[in-house]
Design a protein around this ligand. Structure first.
Ligand SMILES: *[C@@H]1O[C@H](CO)[C@@H](O)[C@H](O)[C@H]1NC(C)=O
Length: 405
């Protein structure tokens, strides 16, 4: 399931980054590092190798995955169909075709060519880091991929050495820069610091890390080279060295699942008034401005995005959610932005409708009415359900039956 694969990929990227981060610290003390303990090259190369795999994996899965990445049209769809668009996406969606082509081409350049800069010496590595950070910032501005973009910036920093980062610190006599320079000069003049027990242990740990990463990288490289590349996967139980890359294919059309409730006793009566629930971020109400959430990640909103291009049978949790809404469950409702049944009896029936959503045209008729979206009903997503109806469904899945409040 794509939703699981994606969440899995994020967790793994977090795990791997954090694991390498451990080796940046002194082994058993948080006191200042003893002199002569520079950041291990092995750990730095671990980070560089990580960002290389993240970017190249993402680039390869795209050109192998979807025609629109090869004919450069993916960006015609991306802004509208990405999980949770932000206000910038609304406007970027209307960019001219040549700009969308340019964006897609730049994406390939950044994911397929730039990663190799890591291996081309100090200057190219710095250029790589700068370009990757710029790329992630552009992604943050144009959408809500949330903490993933921020997380991807972290290993990109491993290309920046003291000389590159110097401009961030105050210069002048007695300044931090000055003091560091003096320390570095002293170090090169002094004979090798004695090999203490701590330094030995640290060196051994780093060396072991290097051997481990190299060993675990073999299946990852084989996968990257394989035409049947798998996305977001690990070849070891500890998930230390993984393969990344998602969104190989782009959804061409945006569909939304809209949850509704009614207080009417008869769900099939034409008089029944259905009222929409509203999520924190995902599109629903046509007049609501797309949200800005990065780096926060609204998990439920993302799951609703995946649910919209599958069926409720693939996403049984949505029936579970419907059960909670039928009792005005406070915890479940805290995940939503608007409950039409707040402060009154819970709905008698809850249903989900399937809609196609498109951005309105800026300056057009719908935009003039304050609508960011236009939508067309495709059909039911799941039929009207009452608490009574769900008894058997909940029991067969061993879910606690929601108690009517
Ligand atoms: C519910 O409404 C439908 C449509 O108006 C009607 O056919 C049906 O008999 C009603 N059911 C009940 C239980 O009133």
């Amino acid at each position: 399931m794509p939703s699981l694969a994606l969440t899995w990929g994020w967790e793994s990227q977090l795990l791997e980054t954090g694991f390498l981060g451990i080796f940046l610290c002194p082994l058993w003390t948080l006191s200042p590092l003893p002199r002569g303990t520079p950041t291990s090259r092995i750990v730095l190369w671990g980070f560089r190798w990580l960002i290389f795999r993240i970017m190249l994996g993402a680039g390869l899965i795209k050109i192998r995955g979807d025609r629109c990445w090869r004919d450069l049209t993916c960006m015609d769809f991306h802004y509208e169909t990405q999980p949770v668009p932000n206000p910038m996406a609304y406007f970027l969606h209307r960019s001219p075709w040549w700009f969308h082509h340019f964006e897609t081409f730049s994406n390939h350049f950044l994911e397929l060519v730039v990663p190799f800069f890591v291996f081309l010496g100090r200057r190219m590595c710095v250029l790589h880091g700068a370009l990757q950070i710029l790329f992630q910032v552009v992604l943050i501005i144009s959408g809500n991929l949330s903490f993933l973009n921020w997380l991807t910036i972290v290993p990109s920093l491993a290309c920046f050495d003291d000389a590159t980062l110097g401009f961030l610190f105050p210069a002048g006599p007695g300044g931090l820069k000055d003091r560091v320079l003096k320390m570095q000069e002293e170090e090169t003049r002094e004979p090798q610091a004695p090999l203490t027990c701590g330094r030995m242990a640290r060196r051994t740990a780093n060396l072991a890390l290097g051997v481990l990463i190299t060993w675990l990288s073999i299946p990852v490289v084989v996968n990257l080279l394989s035409p049947q590349q798998v996305m977001n996967s690990s070849f070891n139980p500890l998930r230390i060295v993984n393969t990344y890359g998602a969104f190989g294919s782009i959804t061409k059309e945006r569909t939304e699942v809209i949850l509704q409730g009614t207080a009417s006793s008869n769900a099939s009566s034409p008089d029944a008034e259905w009222e929409d629930y509203e999520f924190k971020c995902k599109p629903g109400n046509l007049r609501r401005r797309p949200c800005l959430i990065s780096p926060y990640h609204y998990r439920l909103d993302w799951l609703m995005w995946f649910a919209a291009f599958q069926t409720y049978e693939h996403n049984e949790w949505i029936i579970h959610l419907a059960g909670k809404l039928l009792t005005n469950d406070a915890q479940a409702l805290s995940l939503l932005a608007f409950n039409p049944f707040a402060g009154r009896a819970p709905p008698r029936w809850v249903r989900a409708e399937h809609y196609r959503y498109k951005f309105s045209r800026p300056g057009g008729r719908h935009a003039a009415e304050g609508k960011w979206w236009i939508r067309k009903r495709l059909g039911p997503y799941f039929p009207p359900l009452s608490l009574q109806d769900l008894k058997g469904y909940f029991r067969s899945r061993e879910w606690p039956y929601p108690e009517p409040s």
